[in-house]
Design a protein around this ligand. Structure first.
Ligand code: CP
Ligand code: NVA
Length: 314
């Protein structure tokens, strides 16, 4: 019998996890990563199958889930773009109830959070949000793992996110609240995060001795921060607004001058894909303090841990 409290559960956003479960995923990821590097190649999900449905483009998420499933011993069933499970208009109910006859977990990247929630409602097996318009929990787990690797801890650190109050901003608010971090956002007034997400995170943050501060400029958010993060100003689905957004985000670029306001030894992070020269300069992306490729690699380790815990395999 497996005593892990995550077995059989879904992860549609980071707040689906308790602070203890969030920590468990990170510890499991660190252990599995070290084991793999040491040549210990266990396959805890042998004989299982995982559907990976991509309704938006992806490099990191698709690669890391597909290779992660393979390394866990499970078969990855990838359905993407025009050939995704939902592309012919079949209902979410019918699609999910058919798919669950074949697979043991469903990973879904889509637009509306409500669609991920509906799949989870119908599926008796775990469902993982691989990015929606509102949240990107797998990226949050990978980023937390990366911060722990470089800083030794999460608790008490100051994380500054500069840019769009989007799915990544929401995810960092949730990460900080779960891990006891001080989260500062610097966003243009017209691109603030969802007030409901902020309120939920503020409630949890206050219990954890953490804090949330939201500014309408980048410099205040970054002052003295231990970690500086940004994301594209034009998320998937916003492409038609690209030129308008370039103007709306003026003054929110992460460049060398902004990084100089952060704490000594501060890290730069970006979930990628980056639009170099827009939200971030080459100078910052390629600096010694930039950990963007560690962050990308850790998608694999964080998701392997999440999958094996939700599937009750560890
Ligand atoms: N960071 C991330 O989710 O990248 P992809 O869109 O390439 O999957
Ligand atoms: N905010 C971005 C994140 C990409 C990983 C998007 O939704 O496109």
């Amino acid at each position: 019998m497996n005593a892990n409290s995550l077995a059989g559960r879904d992860c549609l956003r980071l707040l689906d996890l308790t602070p203890e479960e969030f920590e468990l995923v990170l510890q499991t990821a660190a252990k599995q990563k070290a084991d793999w590097a040491a040549g210990i190649h266990e396959a805890p999900c042998a004989g299982k199958a995982i559907a990976i449905i991509m309704e938006k483009p992806s490099l990191r998420t698709r690669s890391s889930f597909e290779i992660g499933a393979y390394r866990l011993g499970a078969h990855p069933l990838v359905m993407s773009d025009d050939h995704s499970a939902f592309s012919r208009g079949e209902t979410v109910q019918d699609t999910t109830l058919v798919l669950e006859r074949f697979v043991d977990a469903i990973v879904l990247r889509t637009f509306e959070q409500s669609k991920v929630a509906e799949v989870a409602k119908w599926s008796k097996n775990p469902v993982i949000n691989a990015l929606s318009d509102d949240f990107h929990p797998c990226q949050g787990l990978a980023d937390a793992l990366t911060i722990v690797e470089h800083k030794g801890t999460l608790k008490g650190l100051t994380l500054a996110y500069v840019g769009d109050g989007n799915n990544m901003a929401h995810t960092y608010l949730e990460m900080g609240a779960l891990a006891g971090m001080h989260v500062r956002l610097g966003c243009p007034a017209i691109h603030m995060p969802d007030a409901r997400v902020v309120a939920e995170c503020e409630q949890l943050a206050s219990q954890a001795g953490a804090s949330i501060e939201i500014f309408e400029n980048a410099a205040q958010a970054v002052a003295g921060a231990d970690i500086v993060l940004t994301d594209t100003w034009t998320s998937m689905g916003d492409e038609d607004e690209h030129d308008q957004r370039l103007a709306e985000f003026e003054g929110f670029q992460v460049n060398g001058e902004l990084m100089a306001r952060a704490a000594q030894g501060a890290l730069f992070m970006h979930c990628l894909p980056a639009h170099r020269g827009e939200e971030v300069t080459d100078e910052v992306m390629d600096a010694p303090y930039s950990v963007i490729y560690d962050e990308a690699e850790n998608r694999l380790h964080a998701q392997k841990a999440l999958l094996s815990l939700l599937m009750g395999a560890v």
